[in-house]
Design a protein around this ligand. Structure first.
Ligand SMILES: [Zn+2]
Length: 401
């Protein structure tokens, strides 16, 4: 495995008028290989897995043995520190509840069954990743719930839905599952009929549909929110009482407004600054004033549209692979986002866009530093807006679903 060292430096610049007292600058050094998997086998010894599998395997087909083995490891335990109680933070930090509205999770291996683990992608659930890593990340920082985008695709639709079902059985109040349905042909989503069939396998399991990435992919498949494929999907979304989560693409402002105005009973959450072309030399998602003005325009005219703010940390996508240095500057984030959030107090949602992009983004140490930073940010919002941004708007959206 490649021994690439990733160094993250997280610095809080706090001016003297800021009530937050930071006695020292937290510096966090992470190694790309510090993740518990696959090196740390002490948590769930291979022998035990093999014993579990040996029991009555002669009766099972190769495919059944494969899935039994994979599912044995989907919830493999991880070392997790004691949760930090937000109430223990000093003055100047928001100490209330939080719901993260943007978390990704890996898929199961979709290769033909029967091969050893090395054959499959190193990042699949049940091969090298455990749902418990996501559970630990949220619990360590004291986040109450998270919208999690679970990938569901052929040829492993039933198994993928089974992961969601088992996750909900084990942690019924932690994940708010959204169905993420990339199409095998490269489209951002399958068509309405296929989505409907997937949802009917476990009615009521999913609370939302997304995140669907509508921006142009390398093969040029652009999918505006008012495209035929999505227009046919909205009745299915309504029938299953789902929330929609989009990552908009270039020029999609008017298309989203058309879709939202024709479907006022569907809540649309979106994020991402791809409304405009991002220069190649610019990391992550850009948010200059021009983009924010357009996003505000969408929110002003569409009460059923919400914006997921996961671009704190100066407008860059913090958890981008290859980022070697992250500088957190509270005053800069406040200057960019405080007014935006306070002008739309019922349409903004806190999120982080983490889970699959960088191998270290689920580490509890990272979670704590970012969560503390976000709590310092939230504490500087108008008091009447803090809880709405942190969790209440999200809670309202998922109520009765
Ligand atoms: Zn996105």
């Amino acid at each position: 495995m490649k021994k690439e060292v990733i160094l993250i430096i997280i610095i809080l610049f706090l001016v003297s008028c800021n009530p937050v007292q930071v006695s020292e600058i937290p510096v966090l050094k992470l190694n790309e290989d510090t993740t518990i998997y696959p090196e740390d086998t002490t948590l769930y010894p291979e022998d035990q897995i093999n014993d579990d599998l040996k029991a009555d395997d002669t009766e099972l087909s190769i495919e059944e043995q494969h899935w039994k083995r994979v599912f044995t490891k989907v919830f493999q335990p991880v070392n997790c520190p004691e949760p930090r109680d937000p109430a223990s933070l000093p003055d100047g930090y928001y100490k209330g509840q939080m719901i993260d509205t943007h978390v990704h999770i890996f898929s199961l291996p979709d290769g033909a069954p029967g091969h050893p683990d090395e054959y499959y992608s190193g990042t699949n659930l049940g091969i090298a990743k455990s749902v418990e890593e996501w559970v630990c990340m949220l619990k360590a920082e004291g986040t109450k719930k998270a919208i999690v985008f679970f990938p569901v695709a052929e040829p492993i639709v039933e198994q993928s839905i089974n992961v969601v079902k088992k996750s909900q059985e084990k942690y019924p109040h932690l994940f708010i599952p959204f169905i993420n349905t990339p199409a095998p042909d490269g489209n951002a989503t399958v068509v309405a009929k296929e989505l409907d069939e997937m949802l009917r396998l476990e009615p009521g399991l999913f609370k939302g549909y997304g995140e669907i990435a509508l921006y142009s992919h390398s093969d040029g498949l652009d999918l505006p929110p008012d495209s035929q494929r999505l227009t046919e999907i909205y009745p299915i979304v309504k029938e299953h009482n789902l929330i929609v989560y989009f990552h908009l693409g270039f020029g999609h402002k008017e298309a989203l407004e058309r879709a939202a105005s024709l479907n006022r009973d569907i809540p649309f959450i979106f994020h991402g600054g791809n409304l405009y072309n991002i220069p190649e030399n610019q990391a992550g998602i850009s948010h200059d004033e021009k983009i924010l003005a357009d996003i505000e325009d969408i929110l002003d005219h569409n009460p059923n549209v919400y914006y997921g703010v996961d671009e704190l940390y100066r407008g860059d996508w913090l958890l981008e692979p290859g980022n070697s240095k992250v500088v957190l500057e509270l005053e800069l984030d406040l200057s960019l986002w405080k007014g935006f959030i306070e002008r739309h107090p019922d349409q903004v949602l806190w999120g982080t866009d983490r889970g699959v992009s960088a191998s270290w983004d689920k580490e509890p140490e990272v979670a704590l530093i970012l969560n503390n930073y976000t709590r310092a940010f939230i504490a500087r919002l108008a008091p009447s807006v803090q809880e709405r941004f942190a969790y209440q708007n999200a809670e309202k959206l998922i109520a009765d679903r």
